[in-house]
Design a protein around this ligand. Structure first.
Ligand code: 6GU
Length: 226
């Protein structure tokens, strides 16, 4: 998979790339690239944002700057480029990121993430250059960079080669394998700590009973029980 992140702060991702599962994915042949909006500003002082028409607080990312950055990266009109890759604008009001959307994005051969800053994007960026608007939750971050890392992290863990065990991402919280429910509880050694014990069934070695117990726990958590 080929992921490009457009951002005002490409250096924020240096740390992200050093994380084990990300480094593994890159070593396995997946690619992460960065484009700095500021490198594509023709304005004085490499300006990338401007005050909102109609007034109000904050600054808005300019459509001409984002167009120049996309055009430089893909060598053609970004309106055409969006036919051949998923281009996601990260914005607090977008479609909420969940396991289903993560799987959808992870199945794409090419993905572009557009981070916004300040008050956000000029709406024409979202309307004409992006295929999707995505939010990681109903709260506002200072910018889309952390949201882009959240999306990358969640997508990359689904790629072959990113996790230690190939099936680690299959039967996990919110996955189709668990019917969209949260994952069952896990325990490890010691089997007793301060009198807190581990459910007996997990120590029983009865794989079928363990499977049933886990499925039941997952169902209960999904139903909001427990
Ligand atoms: Cl994608 N961007 C920003 N700036 N804030 C957010 C968000 C995205 N998702 C939740 N809050």
């Amino acid at each position: 998979m080929d992921i490009d992140v457009f951002t005002l702060f490409p250096e924020w991702f240096d740390w992200f790339e050093r994380q084990r599962h990300v480094a593994n994915a890159l070593a396995a042949g997946h690619a992460l690239g960065y484009v700095s909006y500021r490198d594509h500003s023709a304005l004085s002082g490499r300006q990338v944002d401007d005050t909102p028409f109609g007034g109000g607080a904050g600054m808005v990312l300019r459509v001409d700057v984002v167009e120049a950055a996309l055009r430089a990266r893909y060598g053609r009109d970004p309106v055409a480029e969006r036919e051949s890759r998923r281009i996601v604008a990260l914005t607090p009001g977008g479609r909420l990121l969940d396991d289903k959307l993560v799987s959808e994005l992870a199945a794409e051969p090419r993905l572009t993430l557009l981070s916004g800053r300040y008050e956000g994007f000029d709406e024409r960026i979202v309307e004409h250059f992006a295929t999707d608007a995505v939010s990681i939750g109903r709260y506002v971050l200072a910018g889309g960079e952390l949201a882009a890392m959240v999306v990358c992290d969640a997508v990359i863990r689904k790629l072959p080669g990113a996790l230690g065990h190939e099936d680690s991402a299959v039967e996990e919280s919110f996955s189709a394998a668990l019917g969209g429910a949260p994952e069952y509880p896990h325990y490890t050694r010691p089997a007793e700590h301060r009198g807190w014990t581990v459910p007996e069934v997990l120590l029983s070695g009865h794989h079928e009973r363990i499977r049933e117990w886990r499925a039941e726990q997952s169902r209960r958590r999904g139903a909001g029980g427990d």
